[in-house]
Design a protein around this ligand. Structure first.
Ligand SMILES: NC(=O)c1ccc[n+]([C@@H]2O[C@H](COP(=O)([O-])OP(=O)(O)OC[C@H]3O[C@@H](n4cnc5c(N)ncnc54)[C@H](OP(=O)(O)O)[C@@H]3O)[C@@H](O)[C@H]2O)c1
Length: 329
């Protein structure tokens, strides 16, 4: 493998423009690995950074998920890992030829292609944890998934099925998105405009909610006795939603939250265990990630715009480096 001192990276500037620039290759610090990136995933967080909803300093090298090969390790990391093909989760920097990641969050991809491993990103362990760690879906339970056609939603339905859910109902924004979501195993997918009226007096043991605002308030009322709502995003807005704990107590119901980003800094080994479990299920073909678009490094702006405006169906990845890089990987 060639030793590089500079690399190409995408940089998001203070004016919100993405530019490919030459930058020094980042060096792995203690407990870290440096990874030559083959593919990086594009995700909703990229739209939030672009739109200023994440307070990151600019210029900023975007990209929170990638797969590639370890090229060097920092102090305290087994040097035998150099050469390992890994999927990484980071706080930034994946839209570049080399990214530095915590060694604990650089998981061997095994039989998975790098492209699929990059696409698994944060959404796969998040969906795994929502179902298995936070809500703890039990066999026979009824599950409702908001943003059913998104990256997390299309995986959550598959994990809920594996967990033995009796039924999984989705909510999507348009008939096209509902039809797409249905391909992943939902029993039915409602349109957002018909929520909650179309559900009548039906109740759910588990609701997965990245939407917030009025959707969260209405969804709390849909919980069956001992039901759990997991709040994990605020797509529709940041207004505080207050829950009446006395009412929840009388119904034995719970309002939970899940935050994978926080988990990666407080308990990275827990997140790593979920990444491992999710990657293994992907490799075994028990669940799938739908990669529908591949872009070059210089096309990140387009990839993020298409995600933000709803054009993207499924997962987008960036192919990093030219053919020579891919041969080395
Ligand atoms: N807490 C965590 O640890 C964690 C981890 C990963 C992701 N997240 C959050 O989870 C959310 C979904 O992520 P993702 O990766 O699945 O996103 P994604 O693949 O980019 O899809 C975006 C989803 O948002 C839905 N959506 C867009 N505008 C909406 C609105 N006004 N009301 C309701 N739904 C709307 C879309 O539904 P339609 O296409 O049907 O319109 C689509 O399903 C994001 O907010 C993300 O930040 C949280």
């Amino acid at each position: 493998m060639t030793v590089m001192t500079t690399m190409q990276a995408v940089v998001l500037d203070a004016q919100g423009r993405y530019q490919v620039t030459d930058r020094p290759v980042p060096v792995a610090g203690p407990g870290e690995v440096a990874v030559r990136v083959g593919y990086a995933g594009v995700q909703w967080g990229d739209t939030m950074v672009r739109d200023g909803h994440f307070p990151v300093p600019r210029p900023f090298v975007p990209g929170f998920e990638a797969a590639g090969r370890i090229v060097s390790v920092g102090d305290g990391v087994d040097g035998g890992r150099v050469g390992e093909a890994v999927a990484v989760l980071t706080a930034s920097g994946c839209c570049a030829e080399v990214v530095v990641a915590p060694a604990v969050l650089a998981l061997p991809v095994g039989r998975l292609p790098l492209r699929t491993a990059a696409a698994a990103g944060w959404s796969t362990p998040t969906a795994y944890d929502l179902v298995n760690t936070a809500a703890r879906v039990r066999p026979g339970e009824r599950v409702l998934v908001h943003a059913a056609a998104g990256g997390v939603g299309t995986l959550a339905v598959q994990f809920a099925r594996l967990g033995g859910a009796a039924s999984v109902t989705g909510v999507a924004g348009s008939p096209e998105r509902a039809a797409y979501a249905a391909e992943f195993g939902y029993d039915e997918v409602l349109l957002r405009d018909d929520f909650p009226a179309a559900l009548g007096d039906r109740r759910f043991d588990v609701v997965l909610d990245p939407v917030g605002a009025g959707t969260r308030r209405e969804s709390l009322q849909l919980l069956a006795p001992h039901g759990r709502l997991v709040a994990y995003g605020n797509i529709a807005g940041y207004e505080p939603i207050l829950a009446d704990t006395n009412d929840l107590l009388m119904r034995g119901a719970s309002l939970l939250t899940y935050n994978s980003s926080l988990l990666s800094s407080t308990h990275p080994e827990r997140l790593a265990a979920s990444v491992r479990a999710a990657l293994d299920l992907l490799a075994d073909g028990k669940v799938r990630v739908d990669v529908t678009a591949e872009y070059e490094l210089g096309e990140l702006a387009l990839a993020v715009e298409r995600l933000a405006d709803g054009t993207t169906r499924g997962k987008s990845v960036l192919r990093v480096g030219g053919p020579a890089v891919h041969q080395n990987i």
